[in-house]
Ligand binder design. Structure first.
Ligand code: DX5
Ligand code: ZN
Length: 234
């Protein structure tokens, strides 16, 4: 997909809820099959977790693997940088072809510089907060980003339990950013926990273990989508 400086690539999804299977939880021996499976089941975007072993005590998806994914599929790639120096890591992931980059406000890079660099590159701009970071932290950037990700687990590992005490923060972030910025949740999201996130104002839903850990992956994606649709209809 061609990138244009200053454009918001999330705009094409305006008004729609999005399910983003987290590739961290995929079986990398069968990655191409698993990506085709979740796309076939209706997942709108793919979530690419990036970890540097420093900001979080784990290592995850590299630019090289991301480039292979990009060559193999045209789906929207949502990169979540759990790294100390996101300005350093943004470039190789932009070159690898991601559509949007979300970085932590707790990282070492200056958020304004980071936002400017991502805008200039024509990728989506997301900021994210760990569970211990307040919703107010995002307020200074609310008018400048396309997405705010509220972590519903401590970043670093898949398969953790949803932190219900983050639901109020989802609501507070939605109040701060208004209706046109995407509010994403990530961590412990399944067909049950997603309901509280929808009710609090989230519209973009990352799910790892509940999708790729399921015996029937397409059924898990569809169950998530059904839950989201019925919670939005209430
Ligand atoms: C955690 C990652 C998540 C993770 C979510 O640090 O940011 O994207 O893959 O996995 P589940 O859905 O299993 O909690
Ligand atoms: Zn993530």
């Amino acid at each position: 997909m061609k990138k244009t400086a200053g454009k918001n690539p999330w705009a094409r999804f305006a008004g729609k809820p999005l399910v983003a299977p987290s590739l961290l939880a995929a079986d990398f021996m069968h990655l191409a099959d698993q990506i085709a499976t979740v796309i076939g089941a209706g997942a709108e975007i793919l979530h690419v977790d990036v970890m540097d072993g420093h900001f979080v005590p784990n290592l995850a998806i590299s630019p090289g693997v991301t480039r292979s994914i990009r060559r193999g599929c045209g789906h929207f790639l949502d990169a979540h940088l759990m790294v100390t120096d996101p300005l350093f890591f943004a470039e190789p992931f932009i070159k690898a072809g991601v559509d949007s980059i979300t970085f932590h406000v707790e990282s070492d890079s200056d958020p304004r510089r980071m936002i400017a660099a991502l805008r200039q590159a024509g990728v989506g701009v997301g900021i994210t907060v760990k569970p211990g970071t307040s919703a107010e932290t995002v307020r200074p950037y609310a008018g400048e980003v396309d997405l705010v990700l509220v972590m519903t687990v401590e970043p670093g590992y898949g398969g953790q339990a949803f932190m219900a005490d983050q639901v109020d923060k989802i609501r507070a972030v939605r109040d701060i950013v208004g209706p046109s910025v995407r509010v994403e949740v990530d961590g412990g999201i399944d067909a049950d926990t997603v309901v509280r996130c929808v009710e609090a104002g989230a519209d973009t839903f990352v799910a790892g273990a509940s999708v790729f850990g399921a015996d029937d992956i397409p059924a898990a994606v569809k169950a998530l989508k059904r839950s989201i649709a019925s919670a939005r209809a209430r």
